[in-house]
Each structure stands twice: as structure tokens, then as C-alpha cells.
Design a protein around this ligand. Structure first.
Ligand code: AP5
Length: 189
């Protein structure tokens, strides 16, 4: 089962990604986590992307594809994945599709976690101080803006492929997980 989780900052991609991956017995791959690990480790790549993360701007597509692509390709060949935080642009979605499609390893489902900005802001305000420097209120506003600037073409891309499902992400965590599993039954993979 290969699932892509889409949604605004604070919509629960990380929370649901972890739960779904456990439930399905596949790896949870989070692009933001992979990037933050590079920053924390002080690698060349980490130094190159640190300012983008701090500002809440997207990291260039080539960098993200290099870092996420390998993990996704490996997981796709060995049973599947739950991918959170990627794609963030239509170009990322198209490039990932072109790479995976010839091997029959493109996503089975794209789950959009729909949430009002005000709820997202209040969730991230609740998390502020927990180590994510981009949870500062001004940066959160910018992350939400970046999300709105990019998400519609991505939803259209997956909608046209007939694999997009939308879930109300304002529900309690357990209910969101149940709603995803109801709409994307593992047997459908
Ligand atoms: P990334 O790490 O992907 O962050 P994000 O999209 O801003 O999302 P968050 O991690 O803040 O939220 P989430 O949706 O995962 O929600 P969570 O489960 O944590 O990206 C960070 C940065 O990396 C980007 O800004 C960019 O710079 C770069 N980047 C990453 N991917 C990239 C890409 N593909 N291309 C280019 N750049 C990229 O939950 C949030 C909070 O809400 C938690 O406290 C949680 O406990 C709570 N919560 C979750 N669900 C519920 C619920 N149902 N009810 C109540 N509370 C809930």
C-alpha cells in the first residue's frame, strides 16, 4: 500500500502518518523530518536547507527529490509506504509519478487532511516551544500561505488520477485515522 498524505501545516500528516504506517506495517517517510535530520546533523545539505526551513519556505524540488526519492523507491519495492509532506508542488507530484509509474510503484491513494487555518494555527501554537523553530506564529502564517499557494494543483493532479480522498482533519485523532482507513481500505491496494 502506497499512501501520500496531503494537508496544511498542523493538519495531522505526521500524527496520522505514524499511525497508518504502524497499522499497515510499512515505513512512515516524512520529508520534513528527513530535512530536519540533515540540519541537525550539520551536513552540507542540512546547511543548504536550514534557512528555507526556518523561514517556512519550500526547499528546492531537486533537493527534496534527492532526499525523499531514495527512501520512497526503497520502501515502494518492499511493500509500500506512508509518505507525509511530499509532494508540496505540482512539479514534485509529476516528477515522482514519472519516476515511479514505469515500475508500477506510483501512489495508490492520496489522502487530503482538510482543516481550517484557524484550527491549524491553534494546534501549532500549542506545539510552539517544542523544538520546531518554524512554529513561531509569523512563520506559521507564512507556511499556511505557501500551502495555499501550492495545494490546489496538487489536489487536481491526484483528483484527475482518481485516487484522491478527502478527510475532515478537525476530528479527534482516532476518528481521523478511522475515516482514512474507511476510505482507503488496505485491501484496495
Ligand atoms: P513538514 O515537516 O512537512 O511540516 P508541515 O507541513 O508544516 O507540517 P507539520 O509537521 O507542522 O504538521 P502536520 O500536518 O505533520 O501535523 P502534526 O501531525 O505534526 O515541513 C517542514 C518544512 O520542511 C517545510 O516548511 C519546508 O521548508 C520543508 N519541506 C518539507 N517537505 C518539503 C517538500 N516536499 N518540498 C519542499 N520543502 C519541504 O500535528 C500538529 C499538531 O497538531 C501536533 O501537536 C499534534 O499533536 C496535533 N494534532 C494532530 N492531529 C490532531 C487532531 N486530530 N486533533 C487535535 N490535535 C491534533
Amino acid at each position: 500500500m502506497r499512501i501520500v498524505l496531503l494537508g496544511a501545516p498542523g493538519s495531522g500528516k505526521g500524527t496520522q502518518g505514524e499511525r497508518l504506517a504502524k497499522h499497515l506495517g510499512v515505513p512512515h517517510i516524512a520529508s520534513g523530518e528527513l530535512l530536519r535530520e540533515q540540519v541537525a546533523a550539520g551536513t552540507d545539505l542540512g546547511r543548504a536547507v536550514a534557512a528555507h526551513l526556518a523561514r517556512g519556505d519550500l526547499v528546492p524540488d531537486d533537493v527534496v527529490l534527492a532526499i525523499v526519492g531514495e527512501a520512497v523507491a526503497h520502501a515502494a519495492q518492499s511493500g509500500g509506504y506512508v509518505l507525509d509532506g511530499f509532494p508540496r508542488t505540482r512539479a514534485q507530484a509529476e516528477r515522482a509519478f514519472l519516476l515511479a509509474r514505469p515500475n508500477g510503484l506510483d501512489a495508490d491513494a492520496a489522502v487530503y487532511l482538510a482543516l481550517d487555518d484557524d484550527i491549524a494555527r491553534s494546534r501549532l501554537a500549542g506545539r510552539a516551544g517544542g523544538g520546531r523553530t518554524d512554529d513561531d506564529a509569523a512563520v506559521v502564517d507564512h507556511r499556511l500561505q505557501v500551502f495555499h499557494d501550492n495545494m490546489r494543483p496538487i489536489l487536481e493532479f491526484y483528483g484527475a488520477r482518481g485516487i484522491l480522498v478527502t478527510v475532515d482533519a478537525s476530528l479527534p485523532v482516532d476518528d481521523v485515522t478511522a475515516a482514512i482507513l474507511e476510505q482507503v481500505p488496505p485491501a484496495a491496494a
